[in-house]
Design a protein around this ligand. Structure first.
Ligand SMILES: Nc1ncnc2c1ncn2[C@@H]1O[C@H](COP(=O)(O)OP(=O)(O)OP(=O)(O)O)[C@@H](O)[C@H]1O
Ligand SMILES: [Mg+2]
Length: 188
């Protein structure tokens, strides 16, 4: 996988298929600490402790179409390569949070990629879910919520192509604003 947004897409897809009603995505760049933190949180059916232990293993999956699950192991590799790691917090019946940490200036840290597009594709595919996106740096925060969008668009469906295009642009603009000059791949 060439960028972190593709990992995010994968982890969001996990959350979308476990009975969740919302998915929260957080991206935090702390320049002073040199840390980039990504997390995906859901209120799906969760995992017990043994499953949490096993999911870092590439040969564990509950999917039936293929023998190995790769989303979480690949996320873990991407983080460990870049001086960081992942953690998984989960409670059966409550939900799951998957967090990945990277050293911002590590030469093996993948670029963030197109977060706007990633969010747009995920929302388009799961229009019944509520999404929250939190972007932050040392000084500023931006919060996007599909609930707010729904209030503004009235009867239009959130997966209307015009709305999706607009959301993608809006998120991309905020990604540039919050991370420009902090993540070297984003020029502010
Ligand atoms: N948010 C989540 N809530 C509950 N269970 C999860 C969640 N994320 C992952 N899991 C469990 O962990 C397993 C491994 O996830 P992983 O993303 O690594 O592989 P996969 O989704 O099975 O396959 P792939 O991602 O390669 O399509 C899943 O099959 C699922 O059982
Ligand atoms: Mg997966």
């Amino acid at each position: 996988m060439t960028d972190l947004s593709l990992h995010l897409m994968d982890i969001m897809q996990n959350s979308a298929v476990v009975g969740s009603t919302y998915i929260e995505v957080g991206i935090k760049a702390e320049k002073k600490k040199n840390l980039l933190t990504l997390y995906v949180k859901d209120d799906g059916w969760g995992m017990d402790e043994e499953t949490v232990r096993k999911v870092s293993d590439p040969f564990y999956t509950t999917r039936t179409t293929r023998k190995a699950g790769l989303g979480i192991p690949l996320l873990r590799m991407s983080a460990e390569m870049a001086g960081g790691g992942i953690s998984i917090e989960s409670e059966p019946g409550r939900g799951t949070t998957v967090t990945a940490v990277y050293e911002i200036d590590n030469i093996d840290r993948k670029p963030l990629g197109d977060v706007g597009e990633t969010m747009a594709i995920s929302i388009m595919g799961n229009p019944e879910l509520e999404y929250h996106l939190l972007l932050s740096n040392d000084d500023e925060e931006y919060v996007f919520r599909t609930e707010d969008v729904r209030k503004q668009i009235g009867d239009l469906p959130i997966n209307d192509t015009v709305i999706i295009g607009y959301l993608k642009e809006m998120i991309s603009e905020q990604v540039n604003r919050i991370f420009g000059g902090i993540l070297n791949e984003i020029i502010s």
